[in-house]
Design a protein around this ligand. Structure first.
Ligand code: NDP
Length: 474
């Protein structure tokens, strides 16, 4: 832990002091100009992403998770849009109350409860930590207390379920569509506020980007690290809480609903809870590492993150549990074991790959990867003010197999979640399709950014590690 606390971003260790006011504006970070394809994709997402979420949740509510059934009904004239809409639960005071208390509680845990977990959990990095250098050369401090928030929230959940009984553990499932309206309201309010803030009172004006295209700026964000006060960081808060803390609670609520409806919880539901629970706990255990991922290091805060974290993530990442409430699949022991093994291997690859990069960057290459001194490529880049920085790109361990083997592990885990639901319906498989599109697109987006950042050094790296996700294939 001491080693972690001493750590400073390796870029900072290698910062050259040759500030040069005349340096040309560097291009790394988000795009300055918008091409037609990006604009079309953004308009498509702005218009259709909320409808996609609604369609999935409504298919479960009204059509037992038959994904194509609403469409077939509409096309054959069996149902009209108004019929479907009229059957959809509306926003209720109960849901508004639950959601307000939920978000307010997470804000309180985030802002007012400094981390104490790092004081007694060996190996856990919490408390005040530094993020990476921003394109404008700033280094932000973050209060890492997500694990603590997750533990407190879940302890209260179980205390209520087994002792206090103030509310039913099925509360989330029972209010799922009314809560969707609340999540949408928050998602839009936060993204719109972030846009206005970017124009009129940005936290760090030098890290703002304006493309001049309203839709692109709204979607991809203007401010890099919008904050209120010293500690309320929009990206860290909305990325992790309320959405990811809620993820495991949502799954628990689905399990409780199965118990209520069928008198038992199926092994598939337990698998979903366990595998996704590991993923969520991993996220909070490694929240300090998360500061160095693309979401925090490179993405600006707009609708993509604001609405995505409030609506897309909690609603679409939990589809397997929702499906299992309507279709309680009991897997054979062999299938359950196979899925568990796939999920655990995927998780092992995901975690080990991420750990190898983190260790390598944190120790500036003074570490062992698979028992050997790491191999790497030296590279350099410049921030907006012309300061030159040096960095290294790891080419051994899983990083020698492919340039994004962490994504490959993530995809294996994602497939395992879907397989728990059997092969009867396509709805639960949305997650693996979505993750594949997301991570392949992310690969391309990240590599484009890295090429702008590192130039010819990046080309040397891609020559040394030619594959992106699967060695020999892609
Ligand atoms: P990475 O953790 O792979 O980070 C990419 C960055 O790492 C690059 O921009 C570059 O940044 C640096 N880098 C690239 N290659 C090397 C190398 N060889 N050696 C050292 N540094 C390198 O990607 P993400 O942030 O996208 O993902 C983090 C994890 O989160 C992944 O495991 C991913 O699967 C998961 N994820 C999950 C999502 C979900 O919705 N469930 C969504 C997105 C991600 P630099 O500028 O510092 O050089």
């Amino acid at each position: 832990m001491a080693a972690h606390q001493e750590k400073k971003s390796e870029e900072r260790n290698h910062k050259s002091t040759q500030n040069n006011a005349q340096a040309p504006q560097v291009q790394w970070g988000r795009a300055w100009e918008v091409d037609w394809f990006s604009l079309a994709s953004i308009l498509f997402l702005l218009m259709f992403a909320p409808l996609i979420v609604y369609y999935f949740i409504m298919s479960c509510d009204q059509y037992q998770c038959f994904l194509t059934a609403p469409l077939v009904d509409l096309l054959t004239g069996k149902a009209r849009l108004s019929d479907i809409w009229n059957k959809t639960p509306t926003l209720t005071y109960t849901a508004a109350g639950i959601y307000t208390v939920w978000v307010a509680f997470q804000v309180i845990l985030y802002v007012f409860l400094p981390d104490f977990c790092h004081k007694f959990l060996p190996g856990y990095v919490g408390g005040v930590q530094e993020g990476a250098v921003t394109p404008a050369g700033a280094v932000n401090k973050y209060e890492i207390n997500g694990l603590q928030a997750w533990i407190i929230t879940h302890a209260l959940w179980f205390a209520n379920a087994y002792y206090f009984h103030y509310f039913s553990p099925t509360i989330i499932f029972d209010n799922w569509i009314p809560l969707l309206w609340c999540a949408n309201i928050l998602g839009y309010v936060v993204s719109t506020f972030a846009m206005i803030k970017g124009y009129f009172f940005p936290t760090n004006a030098k890290d703002c980007k304006f493309t001049g295209n309203f839709f692109y700026d709204y979607m991809m964000g203007i401010e890099f690290n919008p904050r209120i006060g010293k500690w309320f960081d929009f990206k860290l808060f909305f990325n992790g809480r309320p959405g990811i803390v809620a993820w495991t609670l949502i799954n628990l609520s689905y399990a409780a609903k199965q118990q209520q409806l069928y008198g038992q919880v199926t092994n598939s539901m337990i698998l979903v809870n366990v595998l996704q629970g590991i993923y969520v706990l991993d996220f909070f255990w490694n929240e300090a590492w998360y500061l160095k991922t693309i979401d925090i290091c490179h993405d600006h805060f707009g609708w993509y993150l604001g609405w995505g974290d409030c609506v897309w993530l909690p609603y679409l990442y939990t589809l397997q549990g929702l499906y299992l409430v309507y279709h309680p699949v009991q897997l054979s022991t062999a299938n359950a074991t196979g899925i568990l093994v796939l999920g655990l291997i995927g998780y092992y690859i995901f975690r080990t790959t991420n750990h190898q990069k983190d260790l390598f960057r944190r120790t500036n290459g003074n570490c062992k990867i698979w028992g050997k001194k790491p191999e790497y490529i030296e590279c350099s880049y410049m921030s907006v003010d012309g300061t030159k920085y040096y960095s290294k790109l790891l080419t051994s361990g899983f990083w020698g197999w492919a340039r994004h083997f962490n994504y490959t592990g993530d995809l294996m885990g994602s497939l395992a979640y879907c397989l728990t639901c059997g092969l009867e319906h396509i709805l639960p498989y949305f997650y693996i399709v979505y993750m594949t599109v997301l991570l392949v697109h992310r690969c391309i987006r990240d590599e484009h950014r890295c090429l702008s950042k590192y130039g010819k050094d990046w080309k040397r790296y891609t020559a040394a590690v030619p594959y992106r996700l699967v060695p020999g294939l892609f």
